[in-house]
Design a protein around this ligand. Structure first.
Ligand SMILES: Cc1cc2nc3c(=O)[nH]c(=O)nc-3n(C[C@H](O)[C@H](O)[C@H](O)COP(=O)(O)O)c2cc1C
Length: 167
Protein backbone atom coordinates (compact mmCIF):
# COMPACT_ATOMS: atom_id res chain seq x y z
CA UNK A 1 0.00 0.00 0.00
CA UNK A 2 1.51 3.31 -1.10
CA UNK A 3 1.66 6.05 1.57
CA UNK A 4 2.34 9.71 0.80
CA UNK A 5 4.70 11.18 3.44
CA UNK A 6 7.66 13.29 2.35
CA UNK A 7 9.44 12.95 5.75
CA UNK A 8 9.05 9.17 6.10
CA UNK A 9 9.86 8.56 2.43
CA UNK A 10 13.47 9.60 3.22
CA UNK A 11 14.03 6.33 5.13
CA UNK A 12 13.15 4.28 2.07
CA UNK A 13 16.50 4.44 0.31
CA UNK A 14 18.85 1.47 0.36
CA UNK A 15 22.52 2.29 0.71
CA UNK A 16 25.93 0.95 1.61
CA UNK A 17 27.86 2.43 4.54
CA UNK A 18 31.38 3.80 4.17
CA UNK A 19 33.65 4.47 7.12
CA UNK A 20 35.17 7.81 6.15
CA UNK A 21 38.61 8.20 7.67
CA UNK A 22 40.46 11.50 7.91
CA UNK A 23 43.58 12.78 9.63
CA UNK A 24 45.17 16.18 10.20
CA UNK A 25 47.92 16.88 12.71
CA UNK A 26 47.14 14.91 15.88
CA UNK A 27 43.52 14.30 14.86
CA UNK A 28 42.49 10.97 13.35
CA UNK A 29 38.79 10.37 12.77
CA UNK A 30 36.26 7.89 11.44
CA UNK A 31 32.61 8.63 10.59
CA UNK A 32 29.87 6.69 8.83
CA UNK A 33 28.53 7.87 5.48
CA UNK A 34 25.74 6.32 3.49
CA UNK A 35 26.06 9.16 0.97
CA UNK A 36 29.21 8.10 -0.77
CA UNK A 37 29.60 6.68 -4.25
CA UNK A 38 31.63 6.58 -7.44
CA UNK A 39 30.86 9.57 -9.68
CA UNK A 40 33.30 9.09 -12.58
CA UNK A 41 34.93 6.07 -14.23
CA UNK A 42 37.87 7.77 -15.98
CA UNK A 43 39.21 9.52 -14.05
CA UNK A 44 38.15 7.34 -11.14
CA UNK A 45 36.40 9.77 -8.79
CA UNK A 46 34.43 9.16 -5.59
CA UNK A 47 32.09 11.61 -3.85
CA UNK A 48 31.28 11.81 -0.17
CA UNK A 49 28.69 14.21 1.25
CA UNK A 50 29.63 15.51 4.68
CA UNK A 51 27.54 17.76 6.97
CA UNK A 52 29.30 21.05 7.75
CA UNK A 53 28.91 20.45 11.49
CA UNK A 54 30.77 17.10 11.43
CA UNK A 55 34.27 16.93 12.91
CA UNK A 56 35.15 15.10 9.70
CA UNK A 57 34.32 18.16 7.60
CA UNK A 58 37.07 20.28 9.16
CA UNK A 59 39.64 17.50 9.00
CA UNK A 60 39.04 16.75 5.30
CA UNK A 61 38.95 20.49 4.54
CA UNK A 62 42.36 20.94 6.22
CA UNK A 63 44.07 17.79 4.96
CA UNK A 64 42.62 17.55 1.43
CA UNK A 65 42.44 13.76 1.75
CA UNK A 66 40.06 11.06 2.94
CA UNK A 67 39.73 7.30 3.06
CA UNK A 68 36.58 5.32 2.26
CA UNK A 69 36.24 1.84 3.77
CA UNK A 70 32.98 0.15 2.74
CA UNK A 71 31.59 -1.92 5.62
CA UNK A 72 31.08 -5.64 5.41
CA UNK A 73 27.96 -7.15 6.97
CA UNK A 74 30.09 -8.06 10.00
CA UNK A 75 30.74 -4.39 10.78
CA UNK A 76 27.34 -2.97 11.75
CA UNK A 77 28.65 -2.15 15.22
CA UNK A 78 31.51 -0.09 13.76
CA UNK A 79 29.08 1.78 11.49
CA UNK A 80 26.87 2.47 14.52
CA UNK A 81 29.72 3.86 16.63
CA UNK A 82 31.28 5.88 13.80
CA UNK A 83 27.86 7.29 12.86
CA UNK A 84 26.45 8.14 16.25
CA UNK A 85 29.40 9.68 18.11
CA UNK A 86 31.58 12.65 17.18
CA UNK A 87 35.29 13.23 17.52
CA UNK A 88 34.27 16.47 19.23
CA UNK A 89 33.46 14.58 22.44
CA UNK A 90 34.36 10.91 21.95
CA UNK A 91 37.39 8.76 21.20
CA UNK A 92 35.64 6.54 18.66
CA UNK A 93 38.70 4.37 18.02
CA UNK A 94 38.69 3.49 21.73
CA UNK A 95 34.97 2.61 21.72
CA UNK A 96 35.05 -0.32 19.29
CA UNK A 97 37.47 -2.63 17.55
CA UNK A 98 38.43 -0.37 14.63
CA UNK A 99 41.44 -2.25 13.24
CA UNK A 100 43.30 -0.15 10.72
CA UNK A 101 46.01 -0.47 8.11
CA UNK A 102 48.32 2.20 6.79
CA UNK A 103 47.39 3.86 3.50
CA UNK A 104 50.01 4.38 0.81
CA UNK A 105 49.08 7.89 -0.36
CA UNK A 106 46.99 9.55 2.36
CA UNK A 107 47.64 10.32 6.01
CA UNK A 108 44.39 8.77 7.26
CA UNK A 109 44.40 5.04 8.03
CA UNK A 110 41.97 2.62 6.34
CA UNK A 111 39.72 0.17 8.20
CA UNK A 112 40.48 -3.57 8.15
CA UNK A 113 37.79 -6.17 7.40
CA UNK A 114 35.88 -4.07 4.86
CA UNK A 115 34.58 -5.14 1.46
CA UNK A 116 36.61 -2.35 -0.21
CA UNK A 117 38.82 0.61 0.67
CA UNK A 118 39.82 3.68 -1.31
CA UNK A 119 42.47 6.35 -0.79
CA UNK A 120 41.21 9.70 -2.08
CA UNK A 121 42.72 13.13 -2.71
CA UNK A 122 40.22 15.99 -2.78
CA UNK A 123 40.02 17.53 -6.26
CA UNK A 124 36.80 19.52 -5.76
CA UNK A 125 34.44 20.65 -3.03
CA UNK A 126 31.05 22.29 -3.38
CA UNK A 127 27.93 22.91 -1.32
CA UNK A 128 24.87 20.75 -1.88
CA UNK A 129 22.04 22.03 0.33
CA UNK A 130 23.17 21.40 3.91
CA UNK A 131 26.12 19.12 3.05
CA UNK A 132 29.54 19.59 1.48
CA UNK A 133 30.33 17.40 -1.51
CA UNK A 134 33.96 16.32 -1.51
CA UNK A 135 35.09 14.82 -4.81
CA UNK A 136 38.11 12.58 -4.43
CA UNK A 137 40.50 11.27 -7.04
CA UNK A 138 41.15 7.63 -6.15
CA UNK A 139 44.86 7.01 -5.62
CA UNK A 140 44.58 3.39 -4.46
CA UNK A 141 41.78 0.84 -4.15
CA UNK A 142 41.52 -2.49 -2.30
CA UNK A 143 38.86 -5.20 -2.17
CA UNK A 144 38.13 -8.52 -0.44
CA UNK A 145 35.99 -10.95 -2.47
CA UNK A 146 35.13 -12.97 0.64
CA UNK A 147 33.22 -10.09 2.28
CA UNK A 148 29.56 -9.17 1.78
CA UNK A 149 28.36 -5.54 1.99
CA UNK A 150 26.53 -3.99 4.91
CA UNK A 151 23.16 -2.60 3.79
CA UNK A 152 21.40 0.39 5.44
CA UNK A 153 17.63 0.61 5.01
CA UNK A 154 14.87 2.19 7.15
CA UNK A 155 17.42 3.03 9.85
CA UNK A 156 18.61 -0.58 10.23
CA UNK A 157 21.67 -2.52 9.14
CA UNK A 158 21.31 -5.83 7.32
CA UNK A 159 23.09 -8.06 4.84
CA UNK A 160 22.48 -8.40 1.12
CA UNK A 161 19.75 -10.74 -0.14
CA UNK A 162 20.13 -13.65 -2.51
CA UNK A 163 21.15 -13.15 -6.13
CA UNK A 164 18.03 -13.27 -8.31
CA UNK A 165 19.36 -14.14 -11.75
CA UNK A 166 22.61 -14.35 -13.62
CA UNK A 167 23.14 -11.18 -15.70
C1 LIG B 1 24.39 4.71 8.88
C2 LIG B 1 24.77 6.16 8.97
C3 LIG B 1 25.04 6.88 7.81
C4 LIG B 1 25.42 8.22 7.85
N1 LIG B 1 25.67 8.88 6.70
C5 LIG B 1 26.12 10.18 6.74
C6 LIG B 1 26.49 10.85 5.54
O1 LIG B 1 26.42 10.31 4.43
N2 LIG B 1 26.93 12.14 5.65
C7 LIG B 1 27.04 12.78 6.86
O2 LIG B 1 27.44 13.96 6.91
N3 LIG B 1 26.70 12.16 8.02
C8 LIG B 1 26.27 10.87 7.98
N4 LIG B 1 25.96 10.21 9.14
C9 LIG B 1 26.13 10.91 10.43
C10 LIG B 1 27.60 10.99 10.87
O3 LIG B 1 28.27 9.76 10.69
C11 LIG B 1 27.62 11.39 12.38
O4 LIG B 1 27.08 12.68 12.51
C12 LIG B 1 28.98 11.30 13.02
O5 LIG B 1 28.78 11.38 14.42
C13 LIG B 1 29.94 12.40 12.59
O6 LIG B 1 31.16 12.20 13.27
P1 LIG B 1 32.30 13.30 13.37
O7 LIG B 1 31.71 14.55 14.00
O8 LIG B 1 33.33 12.67 14.26
O9 LIG B 1 32.80 13.57 11.99
C14 LIG B 1 25.54 8.87 9.12
C15 LIG B 1 25.26 8.15 10.30
C16 LIG B 1 24.89 6.81 10.22
C17 LIG B 1 24.60 6.04 11.49
Amino acid sequence: MRVEDIEESQSFFTTTVALVTSAYGEQVNVMSAEWSLRVSIDPFLMAVFVGYQRGTYEIIKNSGMFGLSYCSDQQGHLAHIAGNYSIRDHDKFGMADFRTFKAKHISAPLIEGCISNFECRVVDEFKVGDHAAFIGEVLAGYYDKEKKPLIFHQGHFSSIGKRLFRS
